[in-house]
Unconditional design. Structure first.
Lengths: 262, 319, 226
């Protein structure tokens, strides 16, 4: 495969040599990754493949054992993000990275209102006007296609799909450069999954954000991702365009994975 | 020069009840607290002949800080004559030989539970506030180690989130006493359970305030001329208790912080909570000489520093 | 100046589970100019669809080159970086597959509007054009707001065609586009192809009903079974 020649913008995200072990288990074992502005990368693999660990590393939740990580954002461009101190890390995460977890309890305060959950992100970025907090939270929830008449309901009272919409609204509230989705529709009813995926597609069209979506559901990946990385035992065994990976997989493991699922 | 000239006269008991090591530790912790406004300094809280919860924190600060030249006033909810205030005052006087007073202007040290006097304190005066719970983050983060990390990171977003939630649910800020403030633009602090009425008095004050919690073993300070700002939104403001229509049944004065006295028929009478101030007003009314100090709030209820308290009329509570 | 020059193009599938290799096509060579329609012919199973998919990079070619003259320069589709292919697919190279992938809760109109919205066209204009295309293919106005998940195969294919052809492209790959269409729609497709050719759009097609494009074909490739 040649280097890009038509795509002249450099990648937004560059990660090289990611390694992470938990005791004797090597969860991520030398992974390189690039995400270009506006594109969606899917990471597929079975449980234990290391895909969720990669997201945790890219979200700066845990330090890697080795690796470089850079985002082409002004003021952060030349830094290896794994070397940031705790204040810088928090600033970066608040302003430039949004994440949606599979389990809404990890990403939301279940007893604060939905609007409050989104507003908190803005408060962390320094917003102190109540009117602005209300308006911006509403706007973000509207983009996530969350019903605005429920903006003052707490997530504990919402359905799974709605909870994911609140997470999404919170993640995109500050227009981050990078959006991380960790199995965002897993566990939802099938019909609800379709609705959430639809929202993500609409969002991708209206506000292209560099996105990494982790899923074991190939249908979700096919609908949302431009390119796919296939992971197994902490290593990327194959990468390519989504339709190519799903219809003409080269690696034996990918062939097994694809033919088992479709 | 002989050693006897340099050293204190030998006494049978330690001055101010606490031993020299205790006093030294307290003084060092107090200095540290003054050096980092609003930061909770842990200290080894000593046993005293009163139980925890009765003012041991404040008492330790007062005992460590006074010398025989000081004049001490002790109040409890504004009253000099409450049992607790009286006991503390008597103990301090016995242990230190200081003069005591009910006159705010004459005191060099004022130890108080849950109130700041109505007359303005000046440079050189020390206000010691008794604190039950020093941690302003307690309600949003019950885990102390997490709370300490939040203080270290100045990660106070959850406080503004709780303000947001209060506006959504109740239409107003719900915190009464102990209204959280940001000191010197950095640390979030609980000003102890003083009413909101008293919170602005800490802002850019000429006096030094030390707050101490004996059971929790933390003390913190607001140095003179330090910013103390209650948390609020830029478009929804902190407000003090509304004293409109309240007249002190003893003095007839208005726009001071009042205690409410329920009457048998269901109505209420009001009485200014600061008994020292009430005493001066009644003396003055009897044409006796009483040096009444300038107060934080004037007769019309205006705070003495303009711009510190913002009018409700300037705020709009949006949908 | 040729738009596409294909040399020694070949494809072999390696099926690891069966430990077998299956050859699809070999030694394909041709050139294509703007406005030309290239027809790919051959018996069933010979690899016609596979050839188109290799050009679109849905399949990875096993060897050879496909030099494409994009708006930004010459690029070998067979070996181009994934991100470049994504960009070309978004703006220059179109693909008409045999099947529509309908999505729940997305109307026929919206599906056809999407490529235009993606290209930054305003919602009103996209809507107008989408309705024009749907109408041209004989999709009744009453079902433009309906969800194609409920349509028949033929109706879905009309939506598919409209969606694939609506946004301007320089090269379009058509894989059995008319297989499930009624006569009216097939005629409409022929009209559209004529218009596209006149605009300089190059096309490579596999056509079940070769008579639909009679007189429009500029070149033919015959694939033969090995």
């Amino acid at each position: 495969m040649d280097q890009p020649i038509l795509t002249t913008t450099p990648p937004l995200l560059t990660a090289r040599g990611l390694h992470k072990t938990y005791g004797p288990i090597s969860a991520v074992n030398g992974v390189d990754l690039e995400v270009y502005p506006g594109e969606t990368i899917g990471i597929v693999g079975e449980s234990g493949s290391g895909k969720s660990t990669i997201l945790r590393l890219l979200n700066l939740e845990e330090p890697p054992d080795a690796g470089d990580y850079a985002l082409a954002i002004p003021a952060w461009a030349e830094r290896n993000l794994f070397e940031l101190n705790r204040y810088e890390r928090r600033m970066l995460r608040v302003h430039h990275i949004g994440i949606v977890y599979q389990n809404p309890h990890m990403g939301l305060r279940m007893r604060a209102t939905s609007g409050g959950n989104v507003a908190e992100r803005l408060i962390m970025a320094g917003e102190r006007s109540y009117a602005t907090l209300r308006a911006s939270a509403r706007a973000s929830l509207a983009v996530s296609e969350f019903p605005l008449d429920r903006v003052d309901d707490i997530p504990a009272r919402l359905s799974g799909g709605m909870q994911q919409r609140v997470q999404l609204a919170k993640a995109i509230a500050l227009r981050p450069a990078l959006l991380l989705l960790d199995e965002p529709t897993t566990g939802l009813d099938v019909s609800v999954q379709a609705l959430v995926i639809d929202t993500l597609l609409r969002l991708r069209r209206e506000q292209p954000i560099a996105t990494i979506i982790v899923s074991h559901d190939l249908g979700v990946i096919r609908t949302l991702a431009d390119r796919v990385l296939v992971m197994r035992h902490g290593v990327v065994v194959e990468r390519g365009l989504t339709d190519q990976i799903l219809e003409d997989p080269q690696h034996p493991y990918t062939q097994q994975l694809v033919h088992a699922k479709l | 020069m002989k050693l006897t000239q340099l050293a204190h006269q030998r006494t049978d008991y330690s001055y101010a009840f606490l031993d020299a090591f205790a006093k030294r530790e307290l003084r060092r912790r107090i200095l540290k607290a003054i050096a980092i406004p609003g930061y909770q300094v842990p200290y080894a809280s000593r046993e005293l002949p009163i139980a925890r919860g009765w003012g041991t924190g404040g008492l330790q600060v007062t005992l460590a800080a006074v010398s025989p030249a000081d004049t001490v006033k002790v109040i409890d909810q504004g009253a000099d004559d409450s049992v607790n205030a009286a006991n503390l005052r008597r103990f301090i006087a016995r242990m230190t030989g200081v003069n005591t007073t009910t006159d705010t202007l004459a005191a060099s040290v004022i130890q108080s539970r849950h109130r700041i006097p109505e007359e303005r304190l000046r440079e050189g005066q020390l206000l010691v506030l008794q604190v039950p719970d020093p941690e302003p983050l307690r309600r949003v983060q019950s885990d102390t180690s997490q709370a300490r990390e939040m203080h270290a990171d100045a990660d106070y977003a959850q406080m503004w989130l709780s303000l947001y939630e209060q506006l959504v649910r109740f239409g107003r800020f719900m915190q009464g006493a102990s209204y959280p403030v940001i000191v010197h633009g950095r640390y979030l602090m609980s000003p102890s359970p003083i009413p909101r009425w008293d919170t602005p008095a800490l802002h850019q004050s000429p006096h030094l305030t030390i707050l101490s919690a004996g059971r929790e073993k933390r003390l913190y300070a607001v140095p003179p001329y330090t910013d103390v700002r209650p948390i609020e939104f830029s478009d929804v403001f902190f407000q003090v208790e509304d004293q409109t229509g309240r007249v002190c049944v003893i003095t007839g004065a208005r726009n001071k912080f009042m205690d409410e006295l329920p009457v048998a028929d269901g109505t209420s009478l009001f009485r200014i909570s600061d008994t020292g101030y009430v005493a001066k007003l009644t003396q003055h009314a009897r044409s006796e000489i009483a040096a009444i100090g300038a107060t934080y709030y004037d007769e019309a209820g205006q705070f003495y520093q303009p711009g510190v308290l913002k009018s409700v009329d300037d705020q709009k509570l949006p949908r | 100046m040729p738009l596409l020059t294909v040399q020694n193009f070949n494809k072999t599938f390696a099926i690891h589970a069966l430990e077998r290799e299956v050859g699809a096509f070999a030694d394909v060579n041709f050139t294509l100019h703007p406005g030309e329609l290239l027809l790919v012919r051959g018996p069933n199973g010979v690899g016609k669809s596979t050839l188109l998919r290799c050009l679109y990079r849905t399949y990875l070619p096993s060897g050879g080159q496909a030099y494409y003259q994009s708006a930004a320069g010459m690029i070998d589709l067979a070996n181009a970086a994934d991100v470049d292919i994504t960009q070309l697919r978004r703006s220059e190279i179109g693909n008409v597959s045999q099947f529509l992938r309908p999505r729940p809760r997305v109307s026929a109109r919206e599906l056809v509007m999407e490529p235009l919205l993606q290209a930054g066209v305003s919602s009103e204009t996209a809507c107008e054009q989408a309705e024009e295309w749907l109408g041209a293919f004989g999709v009744k106005a009453a079902i433009w707001s309906a969800y194609p998940t409920t349509f028949s195969g033929g109706e879905q294919q009309k939506v598919n065609l409209a969606r694939a052809l609506i946004a301007p492209r320089r090269l379009v790959l058509l894989d059995e586009p008319s297989a499930s269409l009624d006569a009216g729609a097939r005629a409409a497709l022929r009209d559209r192809i004529i218009t596209l050719k006149a605009r300089g759009v190059a096309m490579i097609a596999v056509f079940h009903h070769a008579e639909d494009i009679a007189g429009l074909v500029d070149n033919v490739i015959e694939l033969a079974l090995p």
